[in-house]
Every structure is written in C-alpha cells, then in structure tokens.
Design a protein. Structure first.
Length: 326
C-alpha cells in the first residue's frame, strides 16, 4: 500500500516506480484515478476501469469496493483478459486510513487464498511534513501504520529540517524504516516494497530500558520487554483477545519474541484488529536475544500490557529447553 498525506508526493513517487522494469508485473489500484497524471503512460485501454501502462502494469480506478476489485482482477486473469501479476500496489487518497484497507484484504477468505498482505509505505512531505504531523490525525495514522516512510522533496529542504522531520516521524513510529527521495535520487521499488524489515526498534539498544514517547496527537509509543520464552498458543490467544477488545486503541503492535521449543526469533505484527501470520528470522539481531513488543496506541498504558503478559509465558521447563536448543 502506498499512502501519504495530501501533497506529500505519492503520485510522483508512484510514477517513478512504474518506470522500473521490475514493476512490469504489477497491478496498480488508485483511489482517485482522475487526479493522477499518468496520461503519457497509457497505452491500451482494456476495459472501463483497467488500463495497461507502458511499463506493463495494470492500472485500476478503485471506485467501488476494494475486495470486489481485487477479486475481479483475479477472475480476469483466469479468463485471459489481463496478464498475470505478481504484486498489487494500492495508492490511497491523501486522507485515507490504511487500517481498514488492510483489514478488508486480510479479513476476506477469497483474497487470502490468492493475496498476501505486503508493506505499507507512507510518503511524508520533506517541506511540510512536520506541520502535517502536528496538525492532522490522518498524517499521524499513516506514519504509525507504515513499514517504510519515504521523505520526499529532500533536495528542496535544508538538512537540519530533514533531521527534525526524522525526529517527528520516530516519535510516531520508532521502528519504521526511513528512506529519502528527491529529484536526483529516489529509492528503487525493491528497496521500498520488497526489502526485509529491520525488526529491532531503532530507539532501543540492548541495554536500554523500555521507553514511552508521547506526541500532541494523543498517540503513545512504548516498548514492552518480553525476556522470558512465551508459550505460542497462549500468546496468540492473548494477542487476538487484546486486538479484538482494544483494536481501536492499538494502531500497531510489532515485535520479536522468543518462543518455547523454537531457536529462531518469531516476528509478531498486528494492525488494529488484524493479526498477521507470524514469520521467523534465521537468527537473532546482533547483540540481543531478548524479546520485545512495540505498541503504537491511544489510551493504553504499558503497565496494562505488562500486567497481562505473564499468562503467556512458557513453563520454566520449556523455557530451559528453548534456551538449550539455541
């Protein structure tokens, strides 16, 4: 998903991506097609709302339900009306909340058979991004849910302003990957959408104590350390109940855990009411084997999370076995 506040450069960056050969097998869904300057890229109209770009990408105007659009694209591939695609990029409107879009995709059984939720990428205006973060809840929400942030218009801004904007972004989402884009240099598509996430909090060193960051939007960011091995079924039950009951308060939870009986660290990722399938990393980040969870939330304290977590810890014997297996 490509999101970002009004005027942050989403469309400009999308046009850059569509010029890459590696994006030729991509379907592009756009909320407001009439406002997107892609006319010079259009080569062949396939149907009323699907066009083939010169890059080979399919481009759709998402005027109806997103689930219906994605389902219809699959049907068109099966009928041979459009070429198969490997990736879908959804460009949201400038005031969109990414969470319901992800919930729609991950919550539909038909789509889950064919699609896997990918990265959320947010563009942030290098010139006016700080003001947007301070003023508009939508801008904060987009950054809070992002896996990667693109700082646009970087060549038009003094370095110290970019440094200040980076601090504003880190206060909202301390684990987000940040890349810089300008007229002379832009990140490539693989670096933005396909790059493996750095699952260690940027603000937290192995010896750091858990931190809490607050900002004017009312969003709180805090880290909960989970030093003991967890019993995985118990943890999943706990997380699903937490998101089901407090999903409106929890914008995002993301972390790395030690699981009893498994030597590999397990990546945990949830957005509001949605829990993503777990992933395994081949090894722990250098310098630590402690588990942690980063929460971006409203009206939820770190203490409340810490008090409820012990029910998920593995029995001592299992924790010892997990440690021995490493």
């Amino acid at each position: 998903m490509l999101t970002g506040f009004l005027g942050s450069g989403k469309t400009t960056f999308l046009r850059h991506l569509l010029g890459e050969p590696g994006f030729a097998d991509t379907a592009v869904l756009i909320n407001e097609f009439g406002e997107v300057g892609l006319d010079h890229l259009l080569v062949q109209e396939i149907s009323e709302d699907v066009v083939l770009l010169s890059s080979g990408c399919l481009c759709c105007a998402v005027q109806g339900d997103l689930v219906s659009t994605l389902t219809d694209l699959l049907a068109r591939v099966r009928r041979g009306e459009v070429a198969p695609f490997r990736r879908v990029v959804v460009e949201t409107s400038g005031l969109a909340d990414p969470a319901p879009i992800m919930q729609a995709v991950t919550g539909d059984l038909r789509l889950r058979r064919a699609y896997r939720a990918g990265s959320i990428v947010a563009t942030v205006d290098g010139i006016g991004g700080g003001a947007s973060i301070a003023t508009f809840a939508e801008a904060v929400q987009q950054i809070a849910l992002a896996d990667c942030v693109i700082l646009t218009k970087s060549d038009l801004v003094e370095p110290w302003r970019l440094d200040a904007l980076n601090l504003d972004i880190a206060r909202v989402n301390p684990t987000v990957r940040r890349l810089v884009s300008g007229r002379t240099a832009r990140p490539c598509g693989a670096e933005v959408f396909d790059h493996a996430a750095d699952w260690r909090p940027r603000h937290m060193d192995a010896t750091d104590a858990p931190t809490v960051a607050r900002h004017s939007s009312g969003v709180e960011t805090f880290t909960v350390e989970v030093e003991s091995a967890v019993d995985w079924p118990a943890f999943v039950d706990w997380l699903e109940l937490l998101l089901a009951g407090r999903g409106q308060s929890i914008l995002r939870v993301k972390g790395l855990l030690r699981v009893a009986g498994d030597p590999r660290p397990v990546v945990v990722h949830g957005v509001q009411h949605v829990v993503y399938p777990p992933e395994h990393l081949p090894r722990w980040p250098e310098g630590t084997q402690r588990g942690w969870l980063v929460f971006i939330a409203r009206n939820l304290s770190r203490k409340a999370i810490e008090n409820s977590l012990p029910s998920t810890f593995a029995p001592a014997a299992d924790a010892v076995a997990a440690s021995a297996s490493r």
